[in-house]
Design a protein around this ligand. Structure first.
Ligand code: THU
Length: 142
C-alpha cells in the first residue's frame, strides 16, 4: 500500500542535499547530509564531521539529532538522508547502526520515518524496519 505523508517529502530530501554541502569529510571523501523534521514542522540539518583521529567522526544523522535535542526538541517525525562520493549521489545512504540506535532513543520505532534518496528514487522505511527487535529503555524496566 502506498504511504501517505502529511509533510513535504521532496522538500525534506532537498534540505538533506543542502546539508550535505557542509560535510567535513577530508578523509573518506564521502559526504552525507541529513534533515530531521520535528512534529511541529521544524527542520534541523546535519552533515558528517570527520576527524584526523577517525573515531571522533560524527555521522550526519547524529549531528542533526544532537543539534535538535540540544535545542530542546524531543518529538520527531522523519529524517531524510543522502550521501555520495564528494557529494555525487549514486546510491542510497542508509543510516549506520549507531545512528539507528540514537534514533530509537528519541523516536517511536513504529512511526518515525527514514527517507532515502539515490539521486532518482525515494525510499521510505519506518525505524522498526531498519532496526528490528531494538533495545530501549523499556527493556530495562521489565
Ligand atoms: N556516515 C554518515 O554520516 N552517516 C552514516 O549513517 C554512515 C556513515 C559518514 C561517516 C564518515 O564521515 C563517512 O560517512 C564514511 O563512513
Amino acid at each position: 500500500m502506498e504511504r501517505e505523508f502529511d509533510f513535504d517529502v521532496k522538500g525534506l530530501v532537498d534540505e538533506a542535499r543542502e546539508a550535505m554541502m557542509a560535510a567535513y569529510a577530508p578523509y573518506s571523501g564521502y559526504f552525507v547530509g541529513a534533515a530531521l523534521l520535528t512534529d511541529e514542522g521544524r527542520i534541523y540539518r546535519g552533515c558528517n564531521i570527520e576527524n584526523s583521529s577517525y573515531s571522533p567522526t560524527n555521522c550526519a544523522e547524529r549531528t542533526a539529532f544532537f543539534k535538535a535535542v540540544s535545542e530542546g526538541e524531543r518529538n520527531f517525525k522523519a529524517i531524510a538522508v543522502v550521501g555520495g562520493n564528494h557529494g555525487d549521489i549514486k546510491g542510497f545512504a542508509a543510516p549506520c547502526g549507531v545512528c539507528r540506535q540514537v534514533m530509537s532513543e528519541f523516536c517511536d520505532v513504529k512511526s518515525f520515518l527514514i527517507i532515502l534518496f539515490d539521486g532518482k528514487e525515494t525510499s521510505v522505511f519506518t525505524l522498526e524496519e531498519l532496526l528490528p527487535l531494538s533495545f530501549g529503555k523499556a527493556d530495562m524496566e521489565l
